[in-house]
Design a protein around this ligand. Sequence first.
Ligand SMILES: *[C@@H]1O[C@H](CO)[C@@H](O)[C@H](O)[C@H]1NC(C)=O
Ligand SMILES: *[C@@H]1O[C@H](CO)[C@@H](O)[C@H](O)[C@H]1NC(C)=O
Ligand SMILES: *[C@@H]1O[C@H](CO)[C@@H](O)[C@H](O)[C@H]1NC(C)=O
Ligand SMILES: [Zn+2]
Ligand SMILES: [Zn+2]
Length: 611
Amino acid sequence: MPEPLLVARSSSDRSSERSDEESDALLGSRTSRDEESRSSFWRQLGLFAWALIATVTVIVLAVLYQHQLQKTSSDLGDSDPDQRPSGKRNLIFMVSDGMGPASLSLTRSFRQYESNLPIDDILVLDKHHIGTSRTRSSSSLITDSAAGATAFSCAKKSYNGAISVTPDHAPCGTVLEAAKQAGYMTGLVVTTRITDATPACFASHANMRSYEDLIALHEIGEYPLGRVVDLMIGGGRCHFLPNSTDGSCREDDTDVVQMAKSKGFSYFDDRSGFDALRNGNNVDLPLLGLLAPKDIPYEVDRRQENDKYPSLEEMTRTALRALSKATRHSDKGFFIMIEGSRIDHAGHGNDPVAQVHEVLAYDRAFNAVLEFLEKDSTPGVLVSTSDHETGGLSIARQLHDSYPEYVWYPGVLANASHSSEYLGNSLEAYLNGDGKDASHSERQKYIRKNMLADGMGIHDVADSEVDKLINGGGAYAFADMYSRRAQIGWSTHGHSGVDVNIYASSPKGANPLLGNHENTEVGSFLADYLNLDLEDVTKQLQDTHTHPNASALDHNLYAWMGEPLDDGVVVDRLDTYHGDFKRKKRDENLDDSFLGYRDLEGRDCGCGLKH
Ligand SMILES: *[C@@H]1O[C@H](CO)[C@@H](O)[C@H](O)[C@H]1NC(C)=O
Ligand SMILES: *[C@@H]1O[C@H](CO)[C@@H](O)[C@H](O)[C@H]1NC(C)=O
Ligand SMILES: *[C@@H]1O[C@H](CO)[C@@H](O)[C@H](O)[C@H]1NC(C)=O
Ligand SMILES: [Zn+2]
Ligand SMILES: [Zn+2]
C-alpha cells in the first residue's frame, strides 16, 4: 500500500488509550492516581475555582479588547476615511503568493535557529501584522492565484482561472489600469513569469490564466486600453519570444520583445542589464526586464548564482527608486505590485527548505519597501497579503503510529544548501549524463556524496531512499526527505482554504484592513487609497464588445480576452461533491509533459499544474 503523504492516525480505537496521556500533556502535569486523598480533593477544588476565575477574566478581557479593536477601527477607518494623505501619494502592494500563517512560524523558528537569535527575535513581517483575509473564489472554497489576484485587482470575486474577468464573462477594470489613467506611474515586479496569474490580473484580461501568450501582448499594451504598465521586472521571457527562436514557449511567431521595443520600452534580459539600471537611478521608462525563461531560481539556489539573478529585494529597491524618480515632478505618485511568487511553488513542491528561504527573501523585500517609505518625501502605504495558502503546511508531522513527540527540527533545514527542485534537476542531469553508464553502486555513491551530503546536509540515509531517487523519485523525493527529517507536515500539493495574513507599513495608513476581511476588501482598499474609479475603467473595457446587442452572457463577446470557456467550467457556484475519494484513488491521467514532482512510487503528483 502506498504511504499517504500525511501519515494520519490510522485507527480511532487507540484514541481512548491515549486520552489520559494527552490530557496530562495538555494540563502540563501528571497527577498520580494512586494517592487520591482528602487534602488533594480540596486542593483540586481550589485549583478548579482558581481556573474558573482566571478563565472568566480572560474571556471578559478578550471581549473588551475585541470591542476596543472594533471601536478603534470604526473611529479611524469608517468615520474618517480620509486618513489617506490628501495630496501626492504612493501605493505599494505586495503579494506573498501561497504564504499562510504556518509559513511564518516555520521561517521565524528557522531563522532563530540558524542565526542563533533569541526567542523574541521575529520577522519584519511579524511586526506589521494587522489582519487576516478570507480567500474563497466564486467557484470554490479553495481559490487559485487567478481568482485570488482578481479579488485584489478588480475588488471582485471570480472563478478559479479568471484573469480580471468576472463570472459573467466580462472584463473588470483593475487598480493598475485605473491608477495609470488617473496619472500615476505603475509597476510590476515578480519572481515567476510576468505573465503568470498574479501580475497578469493587474494589466490584462483573459478568460483563462493559461492564455499567457495573449497576456504578454496585453501587458505591453496590445489591448483596448493601450499600454498601462511603466515598469515590469521578472521572469517569463519565453512567452515574449517568437516560436522560431531558441528559448521560446510561444505558440505563434509574434516577437513580443520587438513589439515592446517599437512601442518605446527599454529592454534587458540578464544581470548586467539589470545592473546597468544602477539601482534605479538610470532607468528609461517604460521598462521591460525578463531575467529568466520562466521562473527566477528559488532564493536558496539563487544566492549561489547571484551573478546571474538579482534578489527580490534588489529588484524591489531598483523599481521603487525608478518610479520615485520618474514621478518626481508629478502631482501623482505611483502604484506598484511586488510579488514573492515562488513561496507558492515551494508549497506545491512540499519543500520546507525552499519555503523558508523564499519567505526570508520576501521579508527582506518588505523591509526594503519600509525603508523606502521612510526616506521618500512622498507619503505612501505598503499593504501585503497572500492570495491563499499552499501545501497545507503544518508545523507538525506524525511519522509513526505511536503518539508523536512535540518537536520539529529546524537544524535539518539549516543544513541544506539547495532546493529539492535544484537537486531533482541535478539528479536528472547526472542520470542522463555521467551517471548513464555508471553501475548501481557508483550511482549510489555519487548521489550520497554530491546530493545528499553536499546538497542537503543529510548523512543518515538508507539505501532504500537512495534507490527511490535513482528510480525516478524526482524533486519530490528530495523534498520529502527534508520534511520527514524536520518533522514538517503537508496535506496537499495544491492550495488550501485557510485565512491568510494582512500586513501593512502602519495600521494607521491601512485602517480599513484591520481585522478579518474578504479578499475583495483588499482590492477596494487599494482603489480607495488612490481615489480610483474602477467602474469607469470597467465601462471602457466593456464598451469594446464586438456585438451591438450582445448580453454579457454571450461567451464570445470579448474576442480580445481569448478563447471562451468550455461549458463545463464552473464559474459562480461551488462545485458539487462527487465522491472523488472513492472514484479517483489514483489519477493516471495527469499530463506527463508537465515537469512535475513525483511521489515515492514515481507517479506524477501534478504539483504546480494549477498554481
Ligand atoms: C509558429 O507560429 C506560426 C504562426 O504564427 C505557426 O504557423 C507555426 O506552425 C508555428 N511553428 C511551430 C514550430 O510551432
Ligand atoms: C548537519 O550536518 C552535519 C555535518 O556537516 C552533521 O554532523 C549534522 O548531524 C547535521 N545536522 C542535521 C540536523 O542533520
Ligand atoms: C438589437 O436590438 C434592437 C432592439 O432590441 C433590434 O431592433 C435589433 O435588430 C438588434 N440588432 C441585432 C444585431 O441583433
Ligand atoms: Zn497563488
Ligand atoms: Zn499555487
